[in-house]
Design a binder for this molecule. Structure first.
Ligand SMILES: [Zn+2]
Ligand SMILES: [Zn+2]
Length: 368
């Protein structure tokens, strides 16, 4: 494949309008209708079309600018049709061989893209209402001692002889009949070689640095949710820094658990409170609140306090607080207490309770 810029006769800095104009002019000139029987013109017309396809698409153009035809060609080999799909990133070849060994020896592990994963621990209420958090983590960045040059202070770098200081070399890739440019492996794309290595980084130019980031945690985040902060990760030579991926971990609450945008808690009440009703002090996300338990509240009933749950991220407003009622049956009764319960039972007699009524109705249905 020929250089699309050359084909269209535009500089690398050409604007979209320039490219369009150049294509129109040349396409008209080489159009098969205008050049009947001219095979060379037909071929040229096809090439112009292919070049325009690449340069008129910002994404394809960026891939071509970075990796040459190989970036687009590799995608084609993936079978997704001409110039479709995700290009193979030749930039990854920067980390290989000697350079990776050197980093390894220093105990520095660089992920493919320099992405760093950082866990953020949040309290239940911090996650519910959002907060600002400062997270500290290790990232790989330019060595401070040599400013990333890798050369000991006061010493010079020499020009790399493999790439004559360009930092990139051309090579023929087997599958594609085209020359591919990639970072020079001798100098790792820097174009220069360290003569006397920096003592801080053994000539690599990178070091592990403690970094801090202030993170705005939005209200309503859930545990295991992730957030990406671009460009704050590790520096992998020849590329922009990787990203920081924040992984949220919400500590469980002693009283609350989260179900969607609602918070759920369990409230133990006495038999008397359930039967007669009561106003009971309960915990909410914002401190103490009062819950009115209506008379005749059944075990397992759920009472709802509107708007006391988790702030809703998309639609606004808040979820509810759900209070699950647990009725405690008294144990270890004294003789007097037993007698009182017995009296109560006699007094209640056959006046059935809601649960028992449904139960006896079901029982009747089953055997009638
Ligand atoms: Zn250094
Ligand atoms: Zn080189």
């Amino acid at each position: 494949m020929k250089d699309p810029y050359e084909l269209l006769g535009v500089p690398k800095t050409a604007s979209e309008a320039d490219i369009k104009a150049a294509f129109r002019r040349l396409a008209k000139e080489h159009h098969p209708d205008r050049n009947p029987g001219d095979e060379a013109a037909a071929r040229r017309f096809k090439e112009l079309n292919a070049a325009h396809q690449i340069l008129s698409d910002p994404e394809k153009r960026a891939v071509y600018d970075r990796f040459g035809a190989a970036g687009l060609g590799a995608a084609r080999a993936g079978g997704a049709g001409p110039f479709q799909g995700v290009p193979i990133d030749l930039g990854e070849l920067n980390i290989d061989g000697l350079f990776a060994d050197m980093l390894d020896a220093l105990g520095i592990r660089v992920g493919e893209r320099g992405d760093v994963r950082v866990e953020v621990e949040l309290d239940f209420t911090e996650a519910a209402f959002g907060c600002k958090k400062t997270v500290a983590f290790d990232r790989i960045a330019a060595c401070a001692r040599c400013d990333g040059s890798g050369a000991a202070r006061g010493t010079d770098l020499t020009t790399c002889s493999s790439c004559n200081g360009r930092g990139r070399v051309r090579l023929q890739q087997g599958v594609f009949p085209i020359a591919v440019e990639r970072a020079c492996s001798r100098c790792n794309g820097r174009g220069s070689i360290v003569k006397t290595p920096c003592e801080g980084c053994s000539g690599v130019g990178l070091a592990t640095v403690r970094a801090e980031l202030e993170v705005d945690v939005p209200p309503g985040v859930e545990t295991d949710s992730k957030r990406k902060i671009e460009g704050q990760g590790s520096v992998v030579r020849g590329r922009r820094p990787g990203d920081v991926e924040l992984l949220v971990h919400v500590r469980p609450h002693a009283l609350f658990r989260r179900v969607g945008d609602n918070v759920v808690c369990t409230l133990p009440i006495t038999f008397a409170q359930a039967a007669l009703g009561d106003e009971i002090e309960i915990p909410t996300l914002e401190g103490k609140g009062t819950l009115r338990v209506p008379p005749g509240t059944q075990p397992g009933a759920t009472l709802r306090i509107r708007g006391k749950g988790i702030p809703k991220r998309v639609v606004g407003g808040r979820g509810d607080q759900l209070v699950e009622i647990q009725v405690e049956i008294p144990v270890d009764l004294t003789e007097r207490q037993k007698a009182l319960v017995m009296d109560l039972a006699k007094e209640l007699g056959e006046s059935v309770q809601p649960q028992r009524r449904t139960f006896s109705e079901k029982l009747r249905d089953l055997f009638s």
